[in-house]
Design a protein around this ligand. Structure first.
Ligand code: GSH
Length: 287
């Protein structure tokens, strides 16, 4: 079991994190079906409805408190993909899971069309499903526009997310990466220093998303949220656990994405928010 720096002293992180939120616990743990964000209104064109209904289901293994997973859960709902979700909590390192996915990572989809039958990495999953179902609204085909979405996502996964993880995982009770101060036997002061340094480093890449990638547009994708926007908004959700004060543009941006995507966003975000509320309530109890 990997060592972790958590405020749940002595508890393995996986166990601490495994505590379901009150909200999550009220829901069935396994196999829920994602509903399309698009509401079937009386006005909806029959053709559009038929198109949505025809989109085949996707099998998704996921963990509810994770923003990496929230990303794909939001996307599947917003895109009207019929996602059969399986809660993989506590299963990712089982021999059965590892035989399919040696990286033991979620989100993971299963699809017969894939050379190895499975695919992990949230951004790769969204790219694949967008390509497969022609979801240009979320992932434009034009090379230059697509390149900007790709750049924003790689920048997020390669630069912003590691800072977010270092800053939030200790409080979330998630395992940190081997070789990092937070993972080591270093003095708690050193761990706290590393956590604070990561927190301070978030502001720069965050501003890059605003000034460079959005560049005056409502979303990185333009008028509509793209897969890069879904990835960014979900990532920002974790910052609530450290009471990170988001700049006004970022608060407005997340609110605008939630407004645009409705329940497709709010439902998976509710699982992450519920988990954060649970973690914070535990921290208060422990003083
Ligand atoms: N870069 C990956 C990160 C995936 C990831 O870290 N998944 C974690 C949950 S947040 C996981 O499944 N961990 C389970 C394990 O390592 O056993 C993505 O965006 O999908």
């Amino acid at each position: 079991m990997a060592k972790t720096a958590t405020n749940n002293a002595g508890k393995p992180a996986a166990k601490a994190a495994a505590k379901p939120t009150a909200k999550a616990a009220a829901k069935p743990a396994a196999k829920t079906t994602a509903k399309p964000a698009v509401k079937a209104t009386a006005k909806a064109a029959p053709r559009a409805k038929a198109k949505l209904a025809k989109r085949p289901g996707v099998k998704l293994s996921m963990l509810k408190p994770s923003v990496n997973n929230m990303t794909v859960r939001v996307f599947a709902r917003a895109a009207g993909l019929d996602a059969a979700e399986t809660d993989a909590w506590g299963q990712t390192r089982s021999p059965e899971f590892m035989a399919r996915n040696p990286a033991h990572l979620t989100p993971m989809i299963e699809d017969k069309g894939l050379p190895r039958g499975v695919l992990w990495e949230s951004c790769a999953i969204m790219q694949y499903l967008s390509n497969k179902h022609g979801l240009e609204k979320f992932y434009p085909k034009a090379p230059a526009k697509r390149a900007m979405i790709d750049s924003a996502m790689f920048y997020l996964v390669g630069t912003l997310y590691p800072y977010v993880a270092r800053a939030t995982y200790p409080l979330l009770g998630f395992p940190q990466y081997a070789g990092e101060v937070g993972h080591s036997d270093a003095h708690p002061d050193k761990k706290s220093e590393a956590q604070k340094a990561a927190m301070a480093a978030i502001a720069e890449p965050l501003e890059v998303f605003h000034s460079f990638f959005r560049d005056g547009k409502p979303f990185i994708g333009g008028k509509n949220p793209s897969i890069a926007d879904i990835r960014l908004a979900a990532t920002l959700e974790f910052l609530a656990v450290i009471d990170y004060v988001l700049p006004k543009w970022a608060k407005d941006y997340v609110a605008a994405i939630e407004k645009k995507l409705g329940n497709a966003y709010s439902e998976p975000a509710g699982d992450v928010r519920g988990y954060i509320a649970y973690v914070k309530s535990q921290a208060k109890v422990q003083g």
